[in-house]
Design a protein around this ligand. Structure first.
Ligand SMILES: [Zn+2]
Length: 156
């Protein structure tokens, strides 16, 4: 499968058998399957989503956002427990393109973007399936659309 390096953006081919053996980027040696959220820039996000053959969960957050900080430990915990999902953090203030593309209206917002080839020109909205945020994460002001396993971990 293909994994995009979160550091240098190189696309790495990793056999399925080796995905769980802590593969590193062939160009810059950054771990490709780090069990923690990784920060991506506005520019890096589309390539990462398009080139990564694993589910990607993106947390849009901001430094000034209290509920974002409250959710961060749960997000990190989920990242450590669900290695088959790549957990990405995008600082929304510095990501105007991604924020517009995914219609980020409040933060924290979690999205599970479809890979680009299936996406077409517009993202596929799936808000109907989103449960409300728990109170500690800002009540109903955000949207929660992770893969079901990740969702279960975050809510636990
Ligand atoms: Zn790299």
């Amino acid at each position: 499968m293909h994994l995009v390096c979160p550091s240098c953006g190189a696309t790495n081919r990793v056999s399925e058998a080796r995905v769980r053996e802590a593969p590193v980027c062939g160009r810059c040696a950054t771990p490709l399957m780090a069990a923690e959220p990784v920060n991506l820039s506005d520019e890096a996000l589309p390539k990462f989503i398009a080139g990564t053959d694993l589910p990607v969960l993106v947390d849009f957050w901001a430094e000034w956002c209290g509920p974002c900080k409250a959710m961060a430990p749960q997000f990190a915990s989920a990242a450590s427990q669900v290695p088959d999902v790549r957990f990405i953090k995008v600082e929304s203030d510095y990501a105007p393109t991604a924020s517009a593309r995914y219609r980020i209206r409040s933060i924290p917002t979690l999205i599970e973007p479809e890979p680009a080839p299936k996406l077409g020109p517009e993202p596929v909205p799936r808000p109907a399936a989103a449960p409300p945020w728990p109170a500690w994460a800002g009540g109903s002001s955000g949207k929660l659309m992770p893969r079901s396993r990740a969702r279960a971990v975050i809510r636990s």
